[in-house]
Design a protein around this ligand. Sequence first.
Ligand code: SAH
Length: 258
Amino acid sequence: MQHYFSSVPFSLTASFALPEETYRHIATVMRMQAGDQVELVHPDRRCYVVELEEVSPHRITGHVVREVTRPVELPVEVTITCGVPKKNKAEWIVQKGTELGATHFVFCDSQYAVAKWQASKQARKVDRLQKIVQGAAEQSHRLVIPTVEYVPGIEAVATQEYAVKLVAYEEEAKQGEVTRLGQQVQALMPKDTVNVVIGPEGGLAPAEVTALQRAGYTAVGLGPRILRAETAPLYVLAALSYATELTPGTRMGVLEDK
Ligand code: SAH
């Protein structure tokens, strides 16, 4: 079923006009008709099946049939912070990262980064990434549209508060560090905010890692192989999903019930 987001509240009991930004897709692209159903996410992050009544390119109305209660969001709120990567890798990271459940993406300048986002282009770049995120959130039936942000450097990242702060450091992996990510993930509680900092293609500068460690970050290895800058965030998100959603006995839902 097609999945859309509404930025304004809608009635759960009466007919209502769907958000205008869905008209073109529903009427022209999908050629839906009265009686067809879509999923519509309310701003309060609840998702409803809506049956369409009137369908035209200029107005679509419908009513709520039922709520979709299947949990979709990761039980923890994950921020992926990346050193600005080259070419279109940021696009790749936000699209795949949204599918894998991240809630925020932060891109920051870092010492060994080859790419730079010029000041005049930063806002446009973030806008473009935000659009990609929106499409990916619809496609993967998310209940939230993740946010995208640019910050000038790692120092700005270090001042933000998160319950769990991790920096993926390739030098730790090269030293055989294979336990910390697992330990940190096992200690997670439902709704914890987690930030994972990942370096650009050139890696992280030791001074950047030290600054983050001073701010309470734990340097973790992501296994014995060195991953590309765009692979590392996806590895972390998949590991978090596995640990909190798929592992018997440690599922967050189970923890919450106790
Ligand atoms: N050029 C560096 C690799 C950079 S990889 C080198 O050859 O050593 C880009 C980023 O991905 C790293 O800064 C780190 O944050 C993350 N990363 C990749 N593989 C990793 C691993 N095995 N362990 C921890 N972090 C890793």
